[in-house]
Ligand binder design. Structure first.
Ligand code: AGP
Length: 451
């Protein structure tokens, strides 16, 4: 801004980390670092690339490079609207977003899978069977909840497509001189598409010649535009700082990516494809069933909200859900919570357990069920209060744990999408009981666009 030209704003973008969005209104213009900030005012957006500048006045704008070459920047129309971003009947956006998950997953799956043949189409991730077979490794880079989604995705993609997957935090990846080449694909997962650490990790991958994909919720975001291929989450705007529906949508996207790669690489039989497709088709209804238990979770929250430390335990594909459950609780209720792989309990955390430390154990009927039961027994032997997330119909576990929240029986690969929901609800209701600002927790921002 300059006092000499009070009606003009100049916005410049340097580098590929933070974004600059120009919003075109009627007789008004906007500049922001992320789309949701201006969505209430306009859905017509222009995105600057590195070393471009926008000169904006009330009446319009033009874009040019820093050396003054004019740029014909495309105008993107964003489909989200302010109405679908409104809170409606809900007290908080986070609550609304948790309850939207049946619908959001329907949208995530819709049009991408043929339920008769099981065939998955991801037109924005162009890949030939030869290229898919050449892929030696997939590296997922993300932060926070998106990184935990990536940890679930590791199980999915390795199982379905038989490609080794490694997962790293965006903030760590670029500082470890990663080994990459053109036979590697790097997958960035980001709700906002503007998280600077994730964007920097993508930049690192591009420089090293890897194939670059992204899973994003914010259409038109930097992570979507700079990748060679992308999959949208289709979750709709997520306003609550604590991410919920973007987590489940991005896990489903990785399920679809695993099937897609598996089909191109020939690691899945026709019958398996159909089985996976039919399991996915049932998922949104089952999510609805878990959400029906919200009053039970709210009642449990009233019993637990005064504790100051929680331990979350899970194994296998549900270990990342222990991490995510603990993250949700600490973010919005300011309660100290740790997520651990249950088998590690005896290597340290068990020392913490007594009657003042509730233990959340994800113990569904899968191949590690017996092991989880033995962890629950150990926690009980140390007077811990145990809350189990268990499979519907498992009455035995009720004789072991103090409280049980049930989820429907699904194939183990899909179980994290159901087991995370009671943990999202529990964090939400505990935060409400403690009078916390659920949607705007202290010290946190929705998009972390600075390092
Ligand atoms: C989630 O509840 C957090 N607020 C945070 O960890 C978030 O997931 C992280 O900042 C990554 O954001 P992104 O998905 O927009 O990249």
């Amino acid at each position: 801004m300059s006092a000499a030209q009070p009606d003009t704003l100049v916005a410049v973008r340097i580098g590929n980390a933070g974004g600059v969005v120009v919003g075109i209104g009627q007789n008004e213009m906007f500049i922001a670092s992320d789309i949701p900030a201006i969505l209430e005012y306009t859905r017509k957006l222009v995105f600057l690339e590195s070393r471009q500048m926008a000169v904006v006045t009330r009446a319009g704008y033009f874009v040019q490079t820093l050396d003054k070459t004019p740029v014909d920047a495309a105008i993107h129309e964003i489909a989200w609207d302010a109405v679908s971003a409104a809170r409606g009947e809900y007290r908080h956006f986070m609550q609304k977003e948790i309850f939207e998950q049946g619908r959001s997953l329907t949208d995530t799956i819709r049009g991408r899978i043929d339920f008769e043949s099981g065939c998955v189409t991801l037109p924005d991730v162009p890949l030939t069977p030869e290229e898919a077979l050449r892929l030696k490794r997939l590296v997922t880079v993300a932060c926070g909840t998106s990184a935990y989604s990536g940890l679930v995705g590791k199980f999915l993609i390795e199982k379905l497509a038989r490609i080794p997957v490694e997962v790293d935090y965006g903030s760590e990846y670029r500082y470890r001189d990663p080994i990459l080449d053109s036979d590697c694909a790097v997958l960035a997962i980001t709700q906002s598409g503007e998280t600077v650490d994730t964007l920097a990790a993508m930049e690192e991958a591009r420089e090293k010649g890897a194939r670059l994909w992204s899973i994003v919720n914010a259409i038109g975001s930097q992570a979507m535009r700079t990748a060679n291929g992308y999959i949208t989450m289709q979750a709709g705007p997520e306003i609550g700082v604590a991410s919920t529906k973007a987590f489940t949508a991005s896990v489903v996207d990785q399920y679809l990516l695993g099937l897609y790669l598996g089909q191109l690489r020939g690691t899945l039989s026709q019958a398996e494809n159909v089985e996976h497709a039919s399991a996915l088709a049932k998922l949104p209804d089952l999510v609805g069933k878990v959400l029906d238990q919200a009053p039970k979770v709210a009642a449990l929250a009233r019993k637990l909200f005064h504790y100051s430390d929680f331990l979350y335990l899970g194994r296998g594909i549900n270990y990342p859900i222990a991490l995510e459950g603990a993250l949700k609780l600490k973010e919005i209720s300011y309660i100290h919570a740790e997520g651990y792989p249950a088998g590690e309990m005896k290597h340290g955390p068990i020392a913490l357990i007594d009657e003042s430390m509730p233990v959340l154990a994800i113990a569904i009927k899968d191949s590690v069920y017996d092991k989880m039961i033995s962890q629950i027994e150990q926690a009980k032997a140390r007077r811990g209060v145990v809350i189990a997330i268990a499979t519907e119909g498992d009455e035995f576990i009720a004789t072991k744990a103090d409280h049980v929240l049930y989820v429907p029986d699904v194939p183990p690969l899909l179980s994290p999408i159901l087991t995370v929901i009671p943990l999202q609800l529990l964090a939400y209701y505990i935060a409400v009981e403690r009078g916390c600002d659920v949607d705007q927790p202290r010290n946190l921002a929705k998009s972390v666009t600075v390092e």
